[in-house]
Design a protein around this ligand. Sequence first.
Ligand SMILES: [Zn+2]
Length: 310
Amino acid sequence: GATGISYFRLGTAGTAEFRAVSKINPNNIPPDGLPPDTQKRVFQVVTPALNVRTEPSTEAKTLLPSEQLRMGERVEAIATSRTERVGFIWWQHRTGWSAERNLSTGEVLMADISQGLPAPAFVFQRLPLDLNTMKWFYYYGNTVFAFLYGRANNYPGYSQGLHGGLDFGHPGGAPVYAGVNGIFDYSGNERAFGPNRVDVIVGNHLIIYGHVANPIRLARGTPVTPDTIVGYIDNGAKHMHLEIRYDKSNQNLILNPLTYMTNQMFNELNIKFPPVGDFAFYRSSRWERWLTPFDQPTIVRGGPVIGPTA
Ligand SMILES: [Zn+2]
């Protein structure tokens, strides 16, 4: 099968798989409550394979083994069928019932595309830094680091007080891979991503590989593949900041790169670098939102501070 894509059965999955079940642009998560008064709700599958069941249930006997929806497929659901059961939101469609969202983690399996942004349009084929060379990893969004040190790093002015990407930590020298099939757009030094950044376009998304040394130099428009080395971890920066902006022209939104990773990549990252201690999501008696890797907001670049530092 496709590189790194793991297939998933709700009825047999363990806790880690449940956590990793989906990838979603958080902007696509509709507010809780009743669906609008229309005949249909249109979703797009945003996980490699989404199960169809005879009932809104995770029991094995409800699985329709020959019926699986694939990433990117459109699903027209009955607007009045929304059901919350066994920790998921379910919708009934042409062939059965499928889960939209895990209620405890916020992770989404199929995204409402009747409003907001399109569902994630690509997935990384490999991690930009090999997992076994990574020394640490920071998540996107409401992190402890962003709360403690965001002000010193201009997070309030740039990324609404949150961490606008994923950080892949290494002492220096490790190759940074594009990880995607895309189009080289730019490389060079820019203060905010010093010493260098490399920009690659995929569809209508712009990927920034920040803080790299020896950046690749290509003619604008040259294709890159997942194995293309775009630069190396810098001895000073000691990490690569991976940022995804949408759309490629106005770049006003910053998206959670985890939503563009396969389930297997997320599982491996989450096991090796669980969000605990200094790497955890920020929580306090007065701040109890955005506490899991996928339940994080889309960031409006340059927008008002929305996190716990607000
Ligand atoms: Zn970063």
